[in-house]
Design a protein around this ligand. Sequence first.
Ligand code: FES
Length: 120
Amino acid sequence: MLVNGRRINSCLTLAVMCEGDDITTIEGLAHGGQLHPLQQAFIEHDGFQCGYCTCGQICSAIGMLAEARAGMPSHVTADLTANTTLGAAEIRERMSGNICRCSAYPNIVAAIRSVAGDAA
Ligand code: FES
């Protein structure tokens, strides 16, 4: 989930820790029946199988894209002075904390790459 726009591990966060914060979960991403671009991309790229991890993958991807836009480097960022290009290696590294037991990783990366240049 996103707390004040930043991705966090909801399973390690007590509700009382978020008092007064702006909380966004997967349920809050679609507006008026219109899916968030990442939700749509996950469908179009078959970015899930059982769907167990999908809520976290999508919320984390939204936070990750915001981090990249803000210029935050990852462990594999080659040039810390240039704008980050979100290639597959960057996306895999930045999403490495989100585990998928179905191993849908190639399609998850494809879904994220398809919207990486758009406002997420
Ligand atoms: S789609 Fe099944 S765990 Fe990711």
